[in-house]
Design a protein around this ligand. Sequence first.
Ligand code: NAD
Ligand code: IPM
Ligand code: MN
Length: 359
Amino acid sequence: MGETKVSSRKRIAVIPGDGIGKEVIPEALKVLRAAAAKGGRELALTEFDWGADRYLRDGTTLPEDAPEMFRRDYDAILLGALGDPRVPGNQHGADILMGLRFKPDLYVHARPCVLFDRRLTPLRDRSEKEIDFVVLRENTEGLYVGMGGFFKKGTADEIAVQEDVNTRKGVERILRYAFEYARGRGLQRLCMSDKANALAFGHDLWQRVFAEVRRDYPGIQASHMYIDNLLMQMVRDPSQFQVIVTCNLFGDIASDVGAQLAGGLGLAPSGNIHPGQVSMFEPVHGSAPDIAGKNIANPMGAALAVSMMCAHLGWTAEARAIENAVRAAIREGKTTRDLGGPLGTREAGEWLASRVAAT
Ligand code: NAD
Ligand code: IPM
Ligand code: MN
């Protein structure tokens, strides 16, 4: 039997998308190329032009065969953001973004909220180590499944129904992932958040599965908070959290709050993950039409998403080099204006790339 040679070459599908996605992703790629070159790694980048321009030109959203193609031919996906004021219903964004999360069943959305410098948090007297947690968002179910409909649409008697889908399998696997995440990283505290006091069916399931799963992890202090209390507690005392696990919609909301506690949306990265399968990395922010095309968007969220992607692919040194470059840029004020610095998007990206190359 011949030996199987595991190639170090990684094939990355890149989807810049819309708005500032098209500005921050090229910068994140400069940083990725610098990190790969430094580590003697081989990269194959393939760009896909899916987004509003393409949709408005020929109606393409997410091609039917895209999930299978990514599974077969790629190691990871890097996404910018989707959303354009010229597509008011965001049809293309829903198809592409939700398609890329749902079809390959990327059931974990990991959104770390880590304060790199105490000057960046809006909270008074909080130090770096007091804001260091992750929001693990269920990523394939809940209110996002798109089930529902209208009755008597456009009339005074109109009814709109939006179904909240929670399956035992879906709830159990995200909760188990969260406990494993904590255990694997030596973290003690895990908080599950739901709204079982109001959502008596769907979130009752979360409560019951949580009670079962936590029994398998006696070493972890598992707690529960209703989502309204959780968001209040995140602002009051974020140091109490290490791992937060919650449903799709609440995770979306909690991760924007967490991002701001750690310096703002411009800095926040995320990973859409299914362990062992091709996963997708993206900044938490959207296409930010209010600042698009002005070279002022912060590319650090995208760069840190690339760092998460490297870590996921086993490129540990590269992941660390990118994160260290972001930390250095913040320390030295080499940032875009959302963080108080003088640089444009391109200049900030180039600074990060040269820092990675130089260290
Ligand atoms: P947004 O994240 O695009 O912007 C929110 C605010 O944060 C804006 O004021 C924006 O200027 C600022 N901001 C965001 N990213 C920044 C960065 N990198 N640097 C500096 N400032 C930054 O959210 P929104 O305004 O609610 O949504 C705009 C569009 O993006 C909508 O179409 C929405 O649906 C879409 N969206 C897409 C994704 C995604 O693709 N994953 C995520 C969120 C929003
Ligand atoms: C995000 C975004 C999306 C979400 C929107 C654009 C549908 O807010 O990635 O956080 O809610 O998941
Ligand atoms: Mn969001």
